[in-house]
Design a protein around this ligand. Structure first.
Ligand code: ADP
Length: 250
């Protein structure tokens, strides 16, 4: 009997996106299997954020297809909230509601979008806050927490929706250096537990440790797609070599 491989959770095919006349993404093809961890890197403005934002339609594309767990996501689709429930997202800037406690930030989604009771949502939220090592902060407001703590809350908030895949858009780049390790630690734990992840990040130590594949983008295109070992030790394109050289110089 032929063993079926892991099922594809995200399939991006011939994806193109323009902002007006400007081509932000050109012929992007990428399949991410269940349980796979993909790190996306590349110079600023290369389209990394736009690509992952198209997956949950925070940005809309003009041509090509994107499917999430077999369901095509497209501009104007009904039930986009169902896709967003399956696709957790963590942003550079945390995006927590400032007027709500940490706990209330976490219970909101499960109560509104998954129909959970407050008691059940609270239990779930506290479980995830434990997992990101921050349960003792549950009754505080976001401004009372450090950036690193807020980002861990944002990760817990996304997990409370029980997503099938997590997207990370430069989750550590707004953080003070001493805060970065704690957030990466949580992401590594998540990866080790088998979460499917697409992470836009320049944390190359993280990429080497957890990525199954690294995507290198430049000028709206995927230039290289390789296992970390190959990408870091033997980048094929001049552009990837220059990019890695610059990263090492910092
Ligand atoms: P990256 O994440 O790699 O830094 P982005 O995906 O944010 O790149 O941006 C890709 C390109 O699209 C950049 O040139 C950026 O200026 C442009 N862009 C992004 N968002 C918009 C927008 N809302 N309107 C016009 N151009 C945009």
């Amino acid at each position: 009997m032929i063993e079926a491989g892991p099922r594809p959770l995200v399939e991006i095919s011939k994806l193109c996106k323009w902002y007006g006349d400007f081509s932000a993404l050109h012929d992007i093809n990428l399949t991410v299997a269940e349980g796979e961890k993909v790190v996306v890197c590349g110079p600023s403005g290369s389209g990394k954020s736009t690509m992952i934002r198209c997956i949950n339609q925070l940005e809309t594309h003009q041509s090509g297809t994107i499917t999430v767990d077999g369901v095509e996501v497209k501009p104007g689709m009904k039930h986009i909230e169902r896709i967003r429930r399956d696709v957790g997202m963590v942003f550079q800037g945390f995006n927590l509601f400032p007027h709500m406690t940490i706990l209330d930030n976490l219970v909101l989604g499960p109560m509104r979008n998954r129909g959970m009771s407050r008691a059940d949502a609270t239990e779930l939220a506290m479980w995830y806050l434990e997992r990101v090592h921050i349960a003792e902060q549950a009754s505080k407001y976001p401004s009372q927490l450090s950036g690193g703590q807020q980002q861990r809350v944002a990760i817990a908030r996304a997990l409370c929706m029980k997503p099938k895949i997590m997207l990370f858009d430069e989750p550590t780049s707004a953080l003070d250096p001493e805060m970065i390790a704690g957030v990466l630690e949580v992401m590594i734990e998540l990866a080790e537990e088998g979460m499917t992840m697409i992470c836009v990040t320049h944390e190359m130590g993280f990429a080497r440790k957890v990525a199954d594949r690294v995507v290198f983008m430049d000028a709206g295109e995927i230039i290289e797609l390789a296992e970390p070992e190959t990408f870091f030790n033997d980048p094929k394109s001049d552009r990837a070599q220059a990019f890695l050289g610059q990263l090492l110089a910092h």
